[in-house]
Ligand binder design. Structure first.
Ligand SMILES: *Cc1c(COP(=O)(O)O)cnc(C)c1O
Length: 357
């Protein structure tokens, strides 16, 4: 039976990328050695890291003056590194969910944090649109895709000050105007590679403006000066990231990824809106193309676990919603084929037939 993996992260990767990683673990390039056994300073690994950094720049059309880093740790590490390196006195944060709240908590250790708006009043089911940005703040931090709540800013916000974005769960899913951002970061395990790796795109001229001393390992400038090799990077995840970046390029780049994401999302939201057993949880205009959240319609709540089993019998796995939202979440990152979205939609329709005839 074909399995459709809707995990939110770590999540599905293109099969060929998984296979290439598996092969490199056993025998890298016919050397008789595992890639895991090679020095990060070896002539074999260095080109992998360099090409991955270049390819991320190419795919996102990153302007001059920006550097790409691949570091250990996850997005959560950058909740601390971003203010450490960029917060000079005051920073503005848009609170759109759990991850944004965690970023805010860390930033408060480094200065004044202005929460410009929050959607906590409606369980983070929408993206606030009306708010004032303090022009004397160092940056406005946003979470472009709220993995847990299924909301997304599929646009580059107009802001009077530079943006900083946590793009953990929608990097490479659409073109981005990088020039609006001083920093874009995220964990790799949603749409780039396996866990253990994070990515950063940072504007060099935005660095070096804070007074505080920064420990070397947390200083973006130190990592830039060392070509993302200040310490040992997670070599295998960097290899997987490279193969996935090559895959994205070969498939047609981020514009094509965006087209596919829209197509998958339309199939699923159409079913959610037309099926009396289910309702979507996110405000329609803010619905994420990456994480599609829905719950049982009022009156059908007791059928939740039945639907999870019904789907699993059809090879549709990992659709349970985040523990803080409940219901279901179908995560559809770049690697999810359209047929996966269609299989889930058909499954929802069949479940309705089973329950209501
Ligand atoms: C998963 C996720 C995180 C947390 O990432 P870690 O790598 O576990 O620190 C942060 N932000 C967003 C938007 C996420 O989806």
């Amino acid at each position: 039976m074909k399995i459709y993996n809707f995990n939110a992260g770590p999540s599905m990767l293109p099969r060929e990328v998984v296979e290439q990683t598996a092969a490199a673990v056993l025998d890298y390039n016919g050397m008789g050695l595992s890639l895991m056994e090679l020095s990060h300073r070896s002539p074999e690994f260095k080109p992998i890291l360099d090409e991955a950094r270049l390819l991320l720049k190419e795919l996102l059309d990153v302007p001059r003056g920006y550097e790409v880093l691949f570091l250990g740790g996850g997005a959560s590490m950058h909740f601390c590194m971003v203010p450490y390196n960029l917060l000079n006195g005051k920073a503005a944060y848009l609170n759109t969910g759990t991850w944004a709240s965690k970023a805010i908590k860390e930033a408060k250790l480094f200065g004044e944090v202005v929460e410009v708006a929050t959607s906590a009043d409606k369980a983070f089911s929408y993206i606030p649109k009306e708010f004032t940005v303090p022009v004397d703040a160092s940056y406005l931090h946003i979470t472009s895709n709220n993995t847990i709540y299924g909301t997304q800013m599929r646009y580059d916000l107009d802001s009077p000050i530079p943006l900083v974005a946590d793009m953990s769960s929608d990097i490479l899913s659409r073109p981005v105007d990088v020039s609006k951002y001083n920093c874009i970061y995220g964990g790799a395990q949603k749409n780039l590679a396996q866990s253990g790796l994070s990515f950063v795109i940072v504007k060099e001229s935005a660095l070096g403006k804070v007074e505080r001393d920064i420990p070397s390992i947390l200083d973006y400038r130190v990592h830039i000066a060392n070509g993302s090799m200040f310490n040992t990077p997670p070599t295998l995840p960097v290899f997987t990231a490279l193969r996935n970046l090559r895959w994205v390029k070969q498939q047609g780049g981020v514009k094509e990824m965006e087209r596919r994401a829209a197509e998958r999302a339309e199939v699923l939201y159409e079913e959610i809106d037309g099926n009396p057993l289910f309702v979507g949880t996110a405000a329609c205009e803010d619905r994420s193309f990456m994480n599609i959240d829905f719950i049982m319609a009022p009156g059908y709540e007791p059928l939740e676990s039945d639907f999870v089993s019904f789907a699993a019998e059809r090879g549709i796995v990992a659709i349970k919603g985040h523990r803080s939202v409940g219901g279901f979440r179908a995560s559809c990152y770049n690697a999810m084929p359209l047929e996966g979205a269609k299989a889930l939609a058909v499954c929802m329709r069949d479940f309705k037939k089973k329950i209501k005839g």
